[in-house]
Design a protein around this ligand. Sequence first.
Ligand code: AMP
Length: 428
Amino acid sequence: MAQKLQAPRGTQDVLPDQSVPRLALERLARSVLEGAGYRRIETPTFEATELFARGVGTSTDIVQKEMYTLEDRGGRSITLRPEGTAPVARAYLEHGMHKLPQPVKLWYLSSFYRNERPQQGRYKQFWQIGAEAIGSAEPAVDAELIVLLHTILTEFEVADLHLRLGSLGTPETRAVYREKLVAYLRANEDRLSEEVRSRIDLNPLRAFDSDHPGTREVMAGAPLLMDELDAGDQEHFDEVRALLDIAGVSYDLDPTLVRGLDYYARTVFEFTSGALGAQSAVGGGGRYDGLMEQLGGPATPGSGWAAGIERIVLSAGHRPEPGPVLDLYVALDAGDAQGDDARAVRVTAFQLAARAREAGLNSQLELAGRSLKGQLKQAARAGARYVAVVRPGEIGLKDMESGEQRPVAGGVDAVIHDVLRGRGPVVL
Ligand code: AMP
């Protein structure tokens, strides 16, 4: 026998039971975001590799180690999207969205691909809900985005939720600070991890993310970017904080918060859940005022976030939800009938199920050739309100609540009529 195949390591099937909480999350996110004027966007699964090299940054882990990159037939290098902001920014530029009223508010729900070491809550293919507001530098945009994600996460009952907030300043502030940090790291080089040491010049801010004990000790005394903000950055940050206070969203200031991506400026934030293990980040984002220029567009401010669907669902526990009501189960009982007579039973049953759906009823047709007893059992398992039993020349209707059974004269339409009447007024 041929060997059984499995899904690649680090990928997951979403089985029907697992899709229930995901769908609930999608509905919630959609209602929260569209209610605030965000409109859905869908970009391609793959993009030109250069988009991520320019829009995420060549010094990032994502671009250096985690991208699925391949050459297509024309020798063009393409990459499965590892994140959503650069593609949305590309679409904004490509479609001239600067002509629309600003900010342009977009949201997405898509799959992303990173070649990371798989573990609980970390996969090679995962799904994110994301929101981006492009075209405004207002602190209110950042605060509103944070409040919207907070609403989604709290309404979905993510357990033990915390928000960390920081500011990275503008690129100029960061450049000055960077030099200061590099000098500090060089002065303490012998206590740093191999990896941090090798990346001092490339990405010194990432040293704050290290869990290497020596590095952590050094970083506890490191100069902090939040102490170096210029007046404009400070004012922006103070306003974001004031608006979050007004919205009643509490947070911890975290001067060491360093988002993995290069394009952030000013506001950065991350939501974590204590219910998750090592991979505790459920969602995060920030302001990316420099991104559009890196992609060849005019200077355009932007702000946004992305949140991982698998981690939100994991941290919120199981959320059982009733499935749709099954109004009618269509069973077949051909008895001793053969040939055309047996076929007539199958055709009538098929028609009845289809016509019932046209009339707005949820209906299922017996498809497994079970005995009548087996079919009634299956109908009960599926939670059917009525079962129609199609026999040669006759249809019977069973009310599964009262157990009452009776023949229905008048064929398919009469059955549908009776089920519609029995179902009572439609509650929307
Ligand atoms: P990032 O773009 O890295 O800030 O990721 C945003 C969110 O996506 C994170 O907070 C996670 O919830 C989720 N996420 C990122 N990478 C993965 C992954 N490899 N597997 C599952 N979820 C992820």
